[in-house]
Design a binder for this molecule. Structure first.
Ligand SMILES: C[S@@+](CC[C@H](N)C(=O)[O-])C[C@H]1O[C@@H](n2cnc3c(N)ncnc32)[C@H](O)[C@@H]1O
Ligand SMILES: Nc1nc2[nH]cc(C(=O)O)c2c(=O)[nH]1
Ligand code: SF4
Ligand SMILES: [Mg+2]
Length: 215
């Protein structure tokens, strides 16, 4: 299996229940809900994506021909080789479950890493992931309907958080949809606050990395 990786970097998890936790982010190239090309955005299944996941030309990106080779690179990005007890890698994308497999998870475990994933839920996650974050998208069957956190990007015209309230997750988050127009983004933040206040099962997730200016 050859893995196509857009970029990898060491940062703080910005979103959800693990927010603030140091982690290596491994961003796979490609997604099943959008080509990633701006010319296709309007007709894509997922139209609000905030991420460039096209190609393998980002920081530490590339093609990795084995799980061990990719896991070695992930481990090399962890700052303290003597403190792997807290080592954490988050697989994202693009859609990571198009590429993330048991072999890669095992290779990361062998280095001492805890493993997490950010997924749109249209593919079943491999077993043994330590943290599964599912973020549902419109017109996309949610086959991964359990995990650690469900993160709903709010608001969405054709999808309501209420559809997911009984699913098997430990945490339920509302994350304001970031859009280009500052006024519209402000509106999404306000609407997210109101939703959480009226539906206390749900908590607010802010994209803290954007607030503090890290990637
Ligand atoms: C870029 S996606 C990659 C992982 C996976 N494809 C997914 O959609 O969950 C990472 C996270 O960012 C969220 N996200 C994407 N675009 C966003 C936006 N404009 N505003 C807020 N969150 C967004 C996604 O819902 C997901 O939780
Ligand atoms: N710092 C930081 N935290 C994140 N949490 C989820 C992200 C993602 O793009 O999947 C992300 C990201 O891009 N950066
Ligand atoms: S599913 Fe995830 S990666 Fe794909 S377009 Fe939507 S937000 Fe972006
Ligand atoms: Mg991101």
């Amino acid at each position: 299996m050859t893995y196509s990786v857009k970029e990898m970097y060491y940062t703080l998890q910005g979103e959800g229940a693990q927010s603030g936790r140091p982690a290596v982010f491994c961003r796979f190239a490609g997604c099943n809900l959008w080509s990633g090309l701006e010319t296709d955005r309007a007709t894509a299944t997922c139209t609000f994506c905030d991420t460039d996941f096209v190609g393998t030309d980002g920081e530490n990106g590339g093609k990795f021909s084995t799980a061990e080779e990719l896991a070695d690179k992930i481990a090399a990005l962890w700052p303290d080789k003597d403190a792997l007890a807290d080592a954490y890698v988050v697989f994202t994308g693009g859609e990571p479950l198009l590429q993330l497999d048991t072999k890669l998870l095992e290779a990361c475990k062998a280095h001492g890493f805890e493993t997490g994933v950010e997924t749109n839920g249209t593919q079943i996650a491999p077993a043994h992931l330590d943290w599964v974050c599912v973020s549902p998208k419109p017109d996309s069957p949610l086959v991964q309907d359990s995990g650690h956190e469900l993160k709903f990007i709010y608001p969405q015209e054709t999808l309501s958080p209420h559809e997911f309230a009984d699913y098997d997750f430990e945490h339920f988050f509302i994350q304001p949809m970031e859009v280009e127009d500052p006024g519209a983004y402000h509106h999404n933040i306000q609407a997210s606050i109101v939703f959480c206040l009226q539906n206390p099962q749900w908590r607010l997730s802010l994209q803290t990395h954007k607030i503090i200016g890290i990637s």
